[in-house]
Design a protein around this ligand. Sequence first.
Ligand code: SF4
Length: 312
Amino acid sequence: MIESFNQLEELGRDRDLAEVFLESDSADHAVPAADILETLSRRRGVMRDCIERGKSGGLSMGKLVGNEARLLNDAFLAGKTFLDPLTVKAEIYALSVMGENSRMGVIVAAPTAGAGGVVPGMLLALEEERNVPPEKTVRALVVAGGIGSIIALSAHISGAAGGCQNEVGVAASMGAAAAAYMMGGNTKDCIHAAALALKNTLGLVCDPVGGLVEVPCVKRNAIFAVHGLTAAQLALAGVTSVIPMDEIVEAMVRIGRSLPRGLKETAEGGLATTVTGCEIGQRIKDEANERRAQRAAERERTAQERKTSVSQ
Ligand code: SF4
């Protein structure tokens, strides 16, 4: 098992990073590398499908989000976007996945559902815009998973444990390393890309409005997909992280522990407790209570009808 980024740098010196992770995973779990690649190829297909579905939009369960991908895609197709196509597509794809997630559609958790748009947004946009063969994207997913696994040895991957740095921050870090790999980066470049992405998300809190993975989560995924691409670009140009990746992960864990409970997915702080956030939270609670009352009334009615038909 690869236990640290320091160890990874040693193991991956002058080697293909995906190969290093495949070899380690095969040994740890007794699964042939071909099976891992086959599974990830299917995951890439699920990501692709959900991006296509997500582009057409539709309101989320909490009715707070859902049409962001459609709006940006329409603007892009109409030539009304000002950023370069790679960036805009990364945003559209991240929004598409998160729109699907908010409508309870099928997505790939990468590493979580709440952060599930970042990695596919970055990698599938890169694949399209830079003509990367799909097989290379699959190997980049191996890299993304490997980076996430090493982080997960020391940190819980959840907003409830350490704030959004532990979800979207980790996703951006995984995606940055994978993007650097796709663009020809070596092991060191990939680790620096991961480090640059992660350290610049430290302190990011988890404050979902109404307790739903909608606001700020959906748009946050698009913004951090671009953040991850920026980290990969810097690393590929030779920009390095002064703080080593292992130490950044340690810092993330310490910051997560010191965050107040209200900023760790409880919806008791941050955006969730703004005036608008409270109003939305109250509306969601009222609607849930109403649905519960309707279901109880329905059960009562059915029970009464049964009683009446038995006594007849
Ligand atoms: S704000 Fe919280 S719920 Fe939303 S994506 Fe971040 S960690 Fe997940």
